[in-house]
Design a protein around this ligand. Structure first.
Ligand SMILES: Cc1ncc(COP(=O)(O)O)c(C=O)c1O
Length: 397
């Protein structure tokens, strides 16, 4: 047995990827599994983007690129941001990484000294906590509640700030709750953090998927705090490009430079071909982004209306991203075919085994008693899966 680093003793594997892997395995065994567990659009990457990638290969754009990405793509991202939000970033304030996940990891690695605290708002996306620990930091939880639509209380954020607090991670639209933070809450948190020297990582990967109001980048709300904010975004969700691994960060030059150095030693550079594809995504027509967002909005209506009548389950209508986050505490303690549903993990497993529907237990997001249902699936799958979920809940005794 190889002796591994002590750091890994507290690191959990990604629960969403684990459930997705199990669902894929069952599908391969020929089972009629419907997967509502994955955090990715089910649409194909738009044709024009794929064509640019093919062109990149044909033109032999297949070698190392600068470690923090090609200037052309950085410029395109900065230009689009300035055009849309009126805030200018220079190329040395932009980094291209292998997905938004990698941007956040680079940032945490650049920011955290051993034992530095990073505030995380829970429920939280699976990787924040583990990334903070891997970077040597200490996650400090700021809880949000369903009663308050999972919106963080700025005063609670302030209470959790200590002399060791290095950064806070914000995520709106939010995975897994679908919350979109009100502007005044975001401004208040940003003001507090900035006044106390706490850096803000603003994960805006779902910004194109805000259904009731436009999602505005944090730096646009509080431009005076620009030097204290890293905006994280990417191509995965907006352009249906999860597999291409294209994320980017916009932030202060010294942080971006440090992140580039870390990335250079770790991966040399983001994939050359994906960068050309992302360039087309950012510069090319945006109609498919709008169309996908419109379709997700309709699917939100569909899934909410289908599951409204499900027993033992309550939920808030999500305002953004593509997840429903029902409270299933009323189902706990009941039995399905003789097995007691002790927690959300048992419920998720039983639902997969018995009704062939894959969802993610809330525990993965530090929210036991909840489940996350992704509606990034076809309407047919949403309808059939909702029927099976209701059947499952009705059969509980
Ligand atoms: C909140 C959040 N941030 C970041 C990411 C990572 O996205 P990427 O595919 O760009 O690494 C995800 C993906 O699920 C996410 O849900």
């Amino acid at each position: 047995m190889v002796k591994l680093t002590r750091k890994l003793e507290t690191i959990e594997p990604s629960a969403t990827l684990a459930i997705t892997a199990l669902a894929i395995k069952m599908k391969r065994e020929g089972k009629d599994v419907i997967s509502l567990s994955a955090g990715e659009p089910d649409f194909p990457t738009p044709r024009n983007i794929k064509d640019e990638a093919i062109k990149a290969i044909e033109n032999d754009f297949t070698h190392y690129t600068p470690e923090s990405g090609i200037t052309e793509l950085k410029e395109a991202i900065a230009e689009k941001f300035e055009k849309e939000w009126g805030i200018k970033y220079n190329v040395n304030e932009v980094i291209i990484s292998n997905g938004a996940k990698h941007v956040i990891f680079n940032a945490l690695f650049a920011l955290c000294d051993e034992g530095d605290e990073v505030l995380v708002i829970t429920p939280a996306w699976v990787s924040y906590i583990e990334q903070i620990k891997l970077a040597g930091g200490k996650p400090v939880i700021v809880e949000t509640k369903e009663d308050n639509d999972f919106i963080p209380d700025p005063k609670e954020v302030e209470r959790k700030i200590s002399p060791k607090t290095k950064a806070i991670i914000l995520n709106s639209p939010h995975n897994p709750t679908g919350a979109v933070y009100p502007k005044d809450v975001l401004i208040k948190i940003a003001e507090t953090a900035t006044s106390k020297g706490v850096f803000i990582i603003s994960d805006e990967i779902y910004d194109k998927l805000s259904y009731d109001e436009e999602c505005v980048p944090l730096v646009h709300l509080i431009p005076e705090a620009k030097e204290n904010i890293l905006i994280v975004n990417g191509a995965s969700k907006a352009y249906a490009m999860t597999g291409w691994r294209m994320g980017w960060g916009l932030g202060p030059a010294n942080l971006i430079k440090a992140m580039g150095i870390i990335q250079g030693h770790m991966t040399s550079n983001p994939c050359s071909i994906s960068q050309k594809a992302a360039l087309e995504a950012v510069r090319g027509p945006q109609d498919e982004v709008t169309e996908m967002a419109r379709e997700f909005k309709e699917r939100r209506e569909l899934i909410c209306s289908l599951l409204e009548k499900a027993p033992y389950m309550t939920f808030r209508k999500p305002k953004g991203a593509f997840y429903l986050f029902p409270n299933i505490t009323k189902a706990l303690g009941k039995s399905f075919k003789g097995e007691v549903i002790e927690d959300d993990i048992t419920l998720a497993r039983k639902l997969l085994e018995e009704k062939l529907v894959a969802i993610v237990p809330g525990k993965a997001f530090l929210a036991p008693g909840y489940i996350r249902i992704s509606y990034a699936a076809s309407r047919k799958d949403i309808e059939e899966a909702s029927k099976r979920i209701i059947e499952f809940l009705e059969e509980l005794v």
